[in-house]
Design a protein around this ligand. Structure first.
Ligand SMILES: [Zn+2]
Ligand SMILES: [Zn+2]
Length: 345
C-alpha cells in the first residue's frame, strides 16, 4: 500500500509499505478515506519526538471504513464508517478508568508515533472498541476529520481546563488551527469576550469571522498592554496558550486577571519562566493536559446538530499521491494561508 513514511530527520517519502494486519484480537484494520496533517507531524520530522523513529508511517487523524476486525472486537464490523481518535485507549487501565485516555498504560498517543499511523491507505487501530467512533449516517466526513485531534484538543486542554464561563473574558494566544478550534468550542459557553492574539494578520482576520470579539497583533511586542487596555486594566479570566514557546506562555502570565486560569495547550520544547514573584497572591491556576479525547462523543453530537462547523478550518484538499505537496502547503502556512489540509486516500 501507499504510505507517507518518516525516513530520516527532515525527510519523508510517499512509498510502498506493507499493508497492516491484525496482530491482537482487539485490533481493527481501517481503510483510510480521509486524513490530515498536524503540527505535531512537523515536530516529528524535525526530530523533536524521540518515540517516533525513522521508518514510521505518520498521521494520527482521519476517517475510514473498517476492512476487518479481530476476534474480540464487539462494537464494529467490516464495512462500518469510523472516526479514528488520535488517542488509543485500552478502556481498562487505571488512567482509562479515569477518562485520562492520553495516559493509557498501553495506548495514549501512539498512532503515527510509536506505531504506524493514518497517512496511508490502511491503518491498524489497537483497542478498536474504545479507540474508534461510529460515524452517524449522513455526517460530513471532512468535518469529522477535525474531531480526531484538533477540536477535542482545543476544547479539552483550552476551554474545559480554562473554565470558560458565560460572561467571562477569554484570550487565546495563537490563531493557528488549534487556537481556532479553541475559539470555536469556547463559544459553547457564551463568554462575553474572546480576544485572539497572533503575529499573522491573515489569521486574525479569519479569527474575527470565527467569532473573536477583538484581535491583537503581537508583532510589535505590546500585546499584553493592548489586552490590558481592552479589559479595563483587569486582564482576562481565561488565557489559553496555543503556540508552545516561552514568549506566548509569558504573555499569558502578563494578561491573567486575579482568579483566572492559564490553560496551556502548546507543546513546549524549551523551559519557560514562571513569574511567581508577580503571581503568588493572584489566586490563579495553571493547567496542562494532553488531549484525552473524552469529549469526542459530545463533539460528534454538536457537529451533527450543526452547533459548530469545523469544516471552516479546512483550507486545502489533496490526493494521497500529492501528500508531499500537502506537507509543503501546510508547512508554509504564512504564505499559503493553510489551516487544515484534507488528504483523500
Ligand atoms: Zn495532532
Ligand atoms: Zn488504558
Amino acid at each position: 500500500m501507499k504510505a507517507l513514511v518518516y525516513t530520516a530527520i527532515g525527510e519523508k517519502k510517499l512509498q510502498d509499505h506493507p499493508k497492516p494486519e491484525i496482530s491482537a484480537p482487539t485490533d481493527a484494520i481501517v481503510r483510510v478515506t480521509k486524513t490530515t496533517i498536524c503540527g505535531t507531524d512537523l515536530h516529528i520530522l524535525k526530530g523533536d519526538v524521540a518515540t517516533c523513529t525513522p521508518g514510521r508511517v505518520l498521521g494520527h487523524e482521519g476517517v475510514g471504513v473498517i476492512e476487518c476486525v479481530g476476534t474480540s472486537v464487539a462494537n464494529f464490523k467490516a464495512g462500518d464508517h469510523v472516526l479514528i481518535s488520535c488517542v488509543t485507549a485500552c478502556g481498562k487501565c487505571v488512567y482509562c478508568r479515569r477518562q485520562m485516555y492520553s495516559h493509557c498504560t498501553t495506548g495514549g498517543w501512539i498512532l503515527g508515533n510509536s506505531i504506524d499511523g493514518t497517512q496511508a491507505e490502511f491503518v491498524r487501530i489497537p483497542y478498536a472498541d474504545t479507540s474508534l467512533y461510529p460515524i452517524p449516517e449522513g455526517a460530513d466526513e471532512e468535518a469529522l476529520v477535525m474531531l480526531s485531534d484538533i477540536l477535542p484538543t482545543g476544547f479539552e486542554c483550552g476551554v474545559l481546563n480554562g473554565q470558560v464561563k458565560p460572561g467571562s473574558v477569554v484570550a487565546i494566544v495563537g490563531a493557528g488551527p488549534i487556537g481556532l478550534a479553541a475559539l470555536l468550542t469556547a463559544q459553547f459557553y457564551s463568554p462575553a469576550e474572546i480576544i485572539m492574539i497572533d503575529l499573522d494578520e491573515g489569521r486574525l482576520t479569519i479569527a474575527k469571522t470565527f467569532g473573536a470579539t477583538a484581535t491583537v497583533n503581537s508583532t510589535d511586542g505590546t500585546a499584553p498592554e493592548q489586552v490590558m487596555k481592552l479589559t479595563g486594566g483587569i486582564g482576562v479570566d481565561t488565557a489559553i496558550e496555543a503556540v508552545g514557546i516561552p514568549a506566548t506562555f509569558e504573555m499569558c502570565q502578563k494578561i491573567i486577571a486575579p482568579g483566572g486560569v492559564i490553560a496551556n495547550i502548546g507543546v513546549h520544547g524549551k523551559k519557560v519562566d514562571l513569574h511567581l514573584e508577580r503571581l503568588w497572591d493572584r489566586n490563579i491556576s495553571i493547567t496542562t493536559r494532553l488531549v484525552d479525547t473524552s469529549s469526542t462523543p459530545m463533539l460528534l453530537k454538536s457537529v451533527g446538530a450543526k452547533k459548530i462547523d469545523p469544516t471552516r478550518l479546512i483550507t486545502h484538499h489533496f490526493k494521497l499521491d500529492d501528500i508531499i505537496k500537502a506537507y509543503d502547503a501546510f508547512g508554509h502556512a504564512a504564505d499559503t494561508h493553510a489551516l487544515k489540509v484534507i488528504i483523500e486516500a
